[in-house]
Design a protein around this ligand. Structure first.
Ligand code: MTE
Ligand code: MO
Length: 252
């Protein structure tokens, strides 16, 4: 911001408060100057809105608001012998890989995730297919996992690789670092006080509460930090983005 604009903004603020400074009076009359001021305001308000919107919290509900049934959508149980074997021993042999652009790749068991600090939140899930449900999710804040693995600051996205296939393509999703570090972004292993049911993504699913349902990847197997989404599967950042042109950023 130039000194002229800075002075002008201060002057305008005082004018708005009914304390117009005499020295600013003439400058304030100039149409060109007024235009510059309006433009400056628009730009900074736009930037402000962008930042605050992305970091604001999603609404949290009370226990009494929890839906009697949290319906399942998409895959209800991943096919294939690998997932069947994991399910058979209640996910004792399941591991979450965290790799890509990280200093220390990790392989985390459910017990290890459960031993980390926990967050619970009662939120509304909105699916593009036109239904919503309120549930209480409990899990590990994603930020803590990222801190443990040392994500490089050149990484721009996280890719969530899932256990289920749609034909030959695995379900996957991705988010940027603003959502990754958001306090309500958790790796959930419980729903409504019980271990996550298979139909809702056992043993672990993403909750990214400021976005629509399809971003909340279920059946997580691997989180990969990348600089670009271009080389990942179809390149659009998610299964539905690749196959049906869904929006990559599905903010609500
Ligand atoms: N791995 C995987 N994740 C997924 C899906 C899926 O089919 N497979 N469906 C998505 C969609 S469209 C929605 S609305 C939610 C549904 O979550 P729920 O089954 O717990 O209701 O999961 C999302 N995550
Ligand atoms: Mo959905």
């Amino acid at each position: 911001m130039s000194i002229l604009t800075r002075r002008a903004v201060v002057g305008a603020g005082l004018a708005g408060a009914g304390l117009l400074l005499p020295g600013c009076d003439r400058l304030d009359q100039s149409p060109a100057f007024r235009e510059t001021l309006r433009l400056g305001e628009r730009v900074s308000m736009g930037a402000q809105r962008l930042v605050s919107d992305r970091t604001a919290l999603a609404r949290e509900f009370d226990g009494g608001d929890i839906s009697p049934v949290f319906r399942s959508n998409g895959t209800r149980v991943p096919g294939g012998t690998d997932y069947a074997a994991l399910m058979a021993d209640k996910f004792a042999n399941w591991r979450l890989r965290v790799d890509g652009m990280v200093a220390r790749p990790l392989s985390l068991s459910l017990a290890q995730l459960g031993a980390m600090p926990v967050r619970s939140q009662t939120t509304r899930h909105d699916c593009v297919e036109g239904w919503s449900a309120i549930g209480r999710w409990t899990g590990t804040p994603l930020k803590l996992v990222l801190d443990a693995t040392g994500v490089r600051n050149t990484a721009r996205y996280l890719v969530f690789h899932c256990a289920d296939l749609y034909g030959a393509s695995p379900y996957y999703e991705s988010i940027d670092m603003i959502d990754a570090l958001h306090p309500q972004t958790i790796l959930a292993w419980a729903l409504n006080g019980r271990m996550l049911p298979v139909e809702n993504g056992a043993p672990l699913r993403l909750r990214v509460e400021r976005q629509l349902g399809y971003k909340h990847a279920k059946y997580l197997m691997r989180i990969e930090a990348v600089a670009s989404l271009a080389g990942v599967y179809g390149g659009k950042g998610g299964y539905w983005e690749d196959s049906n042109d869904y929006e990559w950023y599905a903010g609500i």
